[in-house]
Design a protein around this ligand. Structure first.
Ligand SMILES: Cc1cc2nc3c(=O)[nH]c(=O)nc-3n(C[C@H](O)[C@H](O)[C@H](O)COP(=O)(O)O)c2cc1C
Length: 162
């Protein structure tokens, strides 16, 4: 039996919704929501400025969440919002600090309408460098506002992870 872990960052709940729905669909109880020591702003222009700048620089913020020991898992699902067409900065920290050798990786990304392609590509490239194989990825647009559509896409994605 393959063991699966879902690790994600979500500032405003969209990827949280996707990750939790996926966990339910694949009966996965290993779900880790990453949180930063210094919280990112959730309102106004600063929301885009802070996170966007960090994402563009490839910054790795300190995490408050204890990082999981990936050695117990064969499959790692990574979830992130798109920040300035890049992975959200906390995902950079997670990828840098964990050992991905031999892991099968699945990627979930969420945006507000822009393309998720370069975000998925950046994560794929980093985990591949660290010895993982990326099996599949999918992207969502405002899943919290389009919950039924998102759930259908999550069900389809779940069949690939299982
Ligand atoms: C710092 C920041 C940068 C963002 N950059 C983009 C972007 O480049 N393209 C886009 O379509 N959405 C962008 N968004 C919107 C989020 O990707 C989108 O709302 C996503 O669904 C949020 O997921 P979350 O609720 O899990 O945080 C950005 C949001 C933030 C906070």
């Amino acid at each position: 039996m393959s063991e699966t872990i879902i690790v994600y960052y979500s500032l405003e709940g969209n990827i949280d919704f996707v990750a939790k729905n996926l966990a339910e669909k694949i009966s996965c109880s290993n779900v880790v929501r990453l949180e930063t020591v210094k919280a990112y702003p959730t309102k106004g222009l600063f929301k885009f400025l802070h996170g966007g700048k960090d994402a563009m620089k490839g910054f790795k913020p300190e995490l408050k969440t204890a990082l999981p020991d990936l050695s117990k898992f064969d499959i790692v699902v990574i979830g992130t919002p798109v920040w300035a067409s890049r992975p959200s900065a906390p995902i950079n920290t997670f990828i840098e600090k964990c050992d991905f050798s031999g892991k099968k990786v699945f990627i979930l990304a969420s945006s507000m309408g822009g393309s998720s392609a370069s975000t998925i590509e950046a994560i794929s490239s980093e985990v591949t460098k660290k010895g993982a194989t990326v099996v599949a990825s999918t992207s969502f647009v405002n899943p919290l506002k389009n919950q039924e559509k998102a759930k259908a896409a999550i069900a389809e994605f779940a069949s690939k992870v299982n």
